[in-house]
Design a binder for this molecule. Structure first.
Ligand SMILES: C[S@@+](CC[C@H](N)C(=O)[O-])C[C@H]1O[C@@H](n2cnc3c(N)ncnc32)[C@H](O)[C@@H]1O
Length: 401
């Protein structure tokens, strides 16, 4: 039986260009009709592999065709008997302009490709698995790394290769230790890691989680079984397991900062307190390192001289509705950034998500490199960045770190 492809979206970018021109829209006009940035339209016009899902229905409506037609052209194609279609004209141009950092070798699935999708001035964004992307970065590059990896078993980011979907916490921690070993190599000798990580409970062997009206990302198509050595309802202790594993791997564990969330989400539990905090671990590559304590001093109670920042940080979460996952509050990033770097130095986020670290870096004059697996989130980050700062040319791919 010939196999049908699930969704063959090849030619999407070229189709979008054609339809936009037929409708006599400039990229900017179309973007304005949809309430997105021009950059997002430009990005999708070059995108044959990951067309948008977030704006697809509105885009199709404005262009006057059905979403399915826009996405797949003539409908589902049979890929088992016909060769892969050649890249479209527009797709090919953009592909040529993208620097494929980890070239797609024969037999290697495209999903494992790592590619630089954006690099202009202060911000560089790489789409792909951070485990592979980091290996392309030279030693001693970044002053600090500020990041929030996916939590174990809590979110389904809906993409192959995602960290956090491992079957047990030991495998998850081993994956993250590997990522952060590479991060350490890319840090300067006086560099630091600011690692935000939350905890989770065992599932009690429930194998899935129903959609959550307040947070779509909390629905899980799978739930890992209760890990060996733990019981149903156990708090797993992921942050400390990870911190100790990183310490054993060579990091200097310098501080556990409690991020207290005064506006935390209510929980329906009646047999324990509501969880209102996460950790930020400050770790260093070497015994002495850059730490600007003055930049983040806090007011003292008597109104006299400010005092050294304490380890409990009260920072509200602020929902960002463009994404279905835990987004950093900019204030949390600001604290780590000011203490961990000087203006003009380079900062890394290997789990870039919607690009909050990039936004704060731009505001405070640091260069930023972000790595993100999910192309949809890369698009969200591009959109946020282009709205926040000066318009930057798309796909300008200088090759410096
Ligand atoms: C907690 S979110 C980061 C949110 C980010 N701090 C922000 O402010 O938007 C974790 C991110 O890691 C990404 N991710 C998961 N596995 C990855 C991998 N193997 N390589 C790179 N990114 C990955 C997910 O797609 C998700 O966007």
């Amino acid at each position: 039986m010939p196999k049908k492809s699930m969704t063959d979206t090849s030619g999407f970018g070229a189709r979008l260009v054609e339809l936009r021109k037929a409708g006599r829209f400039t990229q900017l006009e179309l973007a304005q009709k949809l309430g997105v940035s021009r950059r997002m339209i430009a990005y999708y016009e070059g995108e044959t592999e990951h067309p948008p899902t977030t704006i697809l229905p509105r885009l199709a409506k404005v262009l006057g065709i059905s979403a399915d037609e826009l996405l797949k052209g003539g409908g589902e194609r049979d890929t088992s008997t016909s060769p892969q279609p050649a890249a479209t004209q527009v797709g090919a141009t953009v592909e040529a302009n993208m620097k494929t950092i980890y070239p797609t070798a024969e037999g290697v699935a495209r999903k494992t490709r790592v590619r630089e999708v954006y690099h202009e001035g202060d911000i560089r964004i790489v789409q792909g698995d951070s485990r592979r992307a980091l290996s392309q970065i030279p030693d001693n590059t970044y002053q600090c790394c500020i990041t929030s990896p996916p939590y174990w078993g809590l979110r389904d980011y809906g993409i192959d290769g995602q960290i956090g979907a491992e079957n047990d916490p030991d495998a998850y921690i081993a994956d993250l230790v590997g990522v952060f070993r590479e991060v350490r190599r890319t840090l300067r000798e006086d560099g630091t890691l600011w690692l935000n990580i939350g905890d989770s409970y065992t599932s009690g062997d429930r194998r899935w989680r129903a959609p959550d009206k307040k947070n779509a990302g909390r629905a899980m198509s799978y739930r890992p079984p209760t890990p060996k050595g733990l019981k149903p309802k156990d708090l797993i202790g992921v942050p400390w397991r990870l911190a100790l594993a990183l310490q054993a791997d060579g990091w200097f564990l310098r501080s556990d900062i409690v991020w207290n969330k005064p506006n935390c989400q209510p929980e329906s539990v009646k047999d324990r307190p509501t969880r209102a905090h996460e950790y930020v671990f400050l770790m260093s590559k070497a015994e002495s390192y850059f730490y600007d304590f003055e930049a983040i001093r806090e007011p003292s109670a008597n109104g006299q001289d400010p005092k050294n920042r304490r380890t409990v940080w009260n920072i509200n979460t602020n929902g960002f509705h463009g994404a279905h996952f835990a987004v950093f509050p900019p204030e949390l990033v600001r604290m780590c950034l000011l203490a961990g770097s000087k203006p003009g130095t380079k900062v890394l986020d290997p789990f870039f998500g919607s690009g909050t670290v990039g936004l704060v870096c731009r505001e405070y004059g640091r260069e930023c490199a972000g790595i993100e697996l999910n192309p949809e989130y890369v698009n969200i980050a591009l959109d946020r960045l282009s709205k926040a700062g000066p318009a930057l040319p798309l796909y300008a791919v200088a090759n410096s770190h």
